[in-house]
Design a protein around this ligand. Structure first.
Ligand SMILES: [Zn+2]
Length: 254
């Protein structure tokens, strides 16, 4: 029963995050005006705005102008609802779970904005760094020192990559948004979780990158946004980081 409530809460917040994903990169207010169809600008009726069900009942089209509604809307809602369920399962009813839910929501917004606009918005990452530091100093396991190291080491490493790729490769290899994003992740997870995040993100990014180049024939020069991989790496690191590190250390000893 309580799981169902958390899942529905995740769906509802996911529906609000869709608004953020659409409006933040366009510089629009996230509270006003109420949801409207991007094609005909008409307001969405409350019963059509119900997460998942609205999309299914409308069969993916606007009620008024029949313009297709992006698959991103139900996908974000479902992903977000399932994410909340999983955080509850891993961390129970705790303050940690609440903070991690907030981190997860921020990373979902970052992921989908980066996928469609190739930017990681400061309005998420800058307050995220502050919140990460405060949370890690009070209720999260890393503690203040570890969190500070995570923030500055993560940001510093990516800054170095950015400077080096401009100096050596004469092209931008790392955006400013990614620098702030890894700093924020470092603040929440501490330096070990942050390094594991980079490792997992680079691994997943390489696999997907090769897949896109060889299978889909994507142009190699076309950049692939790195934010979604960092978000994925951070979540895997949060949920299974201890197991992965233990397994890695055992390998080193044998
Ligand atoms: Zn419409």
């Amino acid at each position: 029963m309580l799981e169902a409530i958390v899942f529905i809460l995740g769906l509802l917040i996911g529906s609000f995050l869709n608004v953020c994903i659409y409006r933040i990169p366009r510089g629009e207010s996230i509270v006003f005006p109420a949801s409207h169809c991007p094609a005909c600008r008409k307001p969405v009726r409350p019963y059509d705005n119900i997460p998942l069900l609205g999309f299914l009942l409308l069969r993916g089209r606007c009620r008024l102008c029949r313009a297709p509604i992006s698959w991103r809307y139900p996908l974000v809602e479902l992903l977000h609802g399932l994410g909340y369920l999983f955080i509850l399962h891993q961390f129970g009813y705790s303050v940690q779970a609440l903070v991690y839910a907030l981190l997860f929501s921020s990373l979902v917004v970052v992921t989908f904005i980066d996928l469609s606009h190739q930017i990681v918005p400061d309005v998420i990452t800058l307050p995220g760094m502050v919140l990460g530091l405060i949370a890690a100093s009070t209720v999260l396991p890393p503690g203040p020192i570890n969190s500070l190291i995570g923030l500055f080491l993560g940001g510093g490493l990516f800054y170095l990559v950015a400077v080096l790729s401009i100096a050596v490769l004469k092209k931008e290899g790392m955006g400013g948004g990614d620098i702030k994003l890894i700093a924020m992740i470092g603040a929440f997870l501490g330096w070990k979780g942050m390094l594991l995040t980079i490792f997992l993100a680079a691994l997943a990014g390489s696999i997907i990158g090769l897949f896109l180049v060889f299978i889909r024939g994507r142009n190699r020069a076309e950049p692939i946004p790195f934010g979604p991989f960092l978000a994925l790496g951070a979540m895997v690191s949060l949920f299974w980081g201890a197991e992965i590190l233990n397994w890695y250390l055992l390998l080193g000893r044998s």
